[in-house]
Design a protein around this ligand. Sequence first.
Ligand code: FE2
Ligand code: ZN
Length: 350
Amino acid sequence: MAIASKKCGNCNRSFTSDQDFLHGTSRWRVCSDSNLWFNCACGSTLILPKNKYDWYSPEIAMGPEAKAIFNQLSETKNLPHIPASILKLQTLIQDPSSEFDDMAKAIKTEPFIAAQILAMANHLKSSREQTNQSIKSIEHGILYIGKKALNDLVMAVPAQILKVNTAHFDLEKFWINCFLHAAIAEKISARYSAKFSPEEVYLAAFLSNLGKVVCGFYYPEMLDRICQLVSSPKTMMPWPKAEKKLGTPSHVVMGEVAAAIWGLPEFVMDGIRFHHHPAHQPKSDPATVKIYEVVGFSSLIKHWILLEPGHIDKMILKSYMNYFDLTEKALESLVSEMTVLKNAKSPLAS
Ligand SMILES: [Fe+2]
Ligand SMILES: [Zn+2]
């Protein structure tokens, strides 16, 4: 078994056996040039050259259900790897000596990434400030997002590259709704728990339903059947109930598989895994609010704003009302306050 030994340039930890590599490390991801990337326990990113590892599998970051699905899926086709350009960009962003100009230059050589970053910067700005003034240059965009947040936000790009061949699932509308979900989550988080960075919450909400697209990538017909069940006025029901009824793999598990393959941050994985869980405690305490609770509650508000009452699981909504100590009247006014976010500049419109 070929093990590439490695030393972390930041904390000097050395990796010599497969156990060293797998202990306390995170965010393993294979890049499109087949190099394997991971984060040392100190947070810095390390790269192993391709073909130097046969002990690694994305399964290490998956729960039992996701593992089982992953093993079935990998017999059919594989999700695309993260583009090398994105991981290279992250290296540049993480380098303390790199300047905004260097980053702007690197981003501009990748038109798709540049467009996505500009779209996110504009959406963040217009949902925060309710302004029509848009960010037109990449330089301004990355200055607005900030270096640390940019490092995380570029991880949303691989998901947006996925294409699905479906008749009833509208991919563009899906991502527009994800942007709305993200903007609501940012506001909810600021109100109920200031402990998360706004961009982390934004990204966790934005990617929480990523599994729907992954489901469409592997099983387009199944996704179409779920969509029909969820949206037809006769059968209208929350997404997870439709999945259960049809016996299809859940978008939560499909999302977990993709997050493990792409090495998405732990807080994104949490949002994916638990966004359909009820709130876990009867009363709110800002110190104990979890990121997935912000994501889950925001998702219900999103459906309310989009006038999709059938998508709202009443029992879960009740648990959040208890958790955040909201009367029906307070919840209604919260929803009407958030409705303005629907008008934030649609990142996909321009
Ligand atoms: Fe969901
Ligand atoms: Zn280290």
